[in-house]
Design a protein around this ligand. Sequence first.
Ligand SMILES: NC(=O)C1=CN([C@@H]2O[C@H](COP(=O)(O)OP(=O)(O)OC[C@H]3O[C@@H](n4cnc5c(N)ncnc54)[C@H](O)[C@@H]3O)[C@@H](O)[C@H]2O)C=CC1
Ligand SMILES: O=C(CO)COP(=O)(O)O
Length: 340
Amino acid sequence: MTQQQPIAVLGGGSFGTAFANLLAENGQRVRQWMRDEEQAEAIRTRRENPNYLKGVRIHDGVEPTTDLAATLAECEMIFVAVPSSALRKVLDGRSEELAGKMLVSLTKGIEAQSFKLMSQVLEEIAPKSRIAVISGPNLAREIAEHELTATVVASEDDDLCAQVQDALHGRTFRVYASGDRFGVELGGALKNVYAIIAGMAAALGMGENTKGMLITRALAEMTRFAVQLGANPMTFLGLAGVGDLIVTCSSPKSRNYQVGFALGEGLTLEDAVARMGETAEGVNTLKVLKAKADELQVYMPLVAGLNAILFGGRTLEQVIGALMSGEPKTDVDFIPTTGF
Ligand SMILES: NC(=O)C1=CN([C@@H]2O[C@H](COP(=O)(O)OP(=O)(O)OC[C@H]3O[C@@H](n4cnc5c(N)ncnc54)[C@H](O)[C@@H]3O)[C@@H](O)[C@H]2O)C=CC1
Ligand SMILES: O=C(CO)COP(=O)(O)O
């Protein structure tokens, strides 16, 4: 890849916009693909995304476009930042256009019917491409506002990881590499569910002890689930596991946390999602995760509790009562001592 060749970012939302700017600030020429021509034109003329990350200036090196075929033809490295519900629709049928390209998923979700992570969907759509994922404690606005940030790029393809690190490393953004694509990606998808619970707890004025308990038991639960699927539990101790869990469960800037907060204030799920107005992957992830946990018989009381509140007609008080009076358990029981 030469400095001259543009890099593509697919998605006109907050994360696509933050990543497009990050790349451009590093001297890359960027094609940011979005479906809405009005939005693209507004970015072209005003150098600001009219719908996301208001107040953030879009770098001159970012060229907004609605021509997906031209974008894919022109770029070798392609970052995908559309919501999980849209990813397959956006790229399906483009296998030949994507052959040999470097595809990097930024999307943190799970496909509903297949339980596939987004890089697995990409693999299916574009089997001849090189695939990586990025995940970590990465609130879009903080990246855009140059808060010091770290992330993880994960792929079995070491050269691809190195090229992504090279493209993204900058004064305020640091990229660690990992060979555990599945674990890194799973961590990013699962933590969204617990951020909803953390937002609810915050709205109810729960204490700091509660927050510590919640985050730690969430880590236990997601790691237990991941181990059952064959992931390396050590990955959950890294940026894409506990790092992302902490930021998303602590920050009112997280959209999943915002949905939880609104639920805690008494809004219905529909109203909470509508009030927030952006993507909150945790809602859909919760549904597929609950079904998968039941199928695999993995003990996930937090997931079951949130599911009972949102879709089972239980009250928060009933669920908290059940969680606190559950049978006594061992603290760290989710990391096998051998095999990894
Ligand atoms: N915003 C953040 O801080 C972070 C977001 N992510 C992940 O990035 C992904 C994208 O999220 P955001 O950009 O934050 O969402 P967003 O809600 O800010 O924007 C979503 C964008 O996708 C577009 N879109 C929706 N359906 C589409 C379709 N069928 N075709 C083309 N475009 C479509 C929307 O028009 C919008 O521009 C999510 O999976 C999220 O979990 C990951 C890390 C941080
Ligand atoms: O993934 C994120 C931070 O790492 C963003 O979280 P939200 O999608 O909840 O805003």
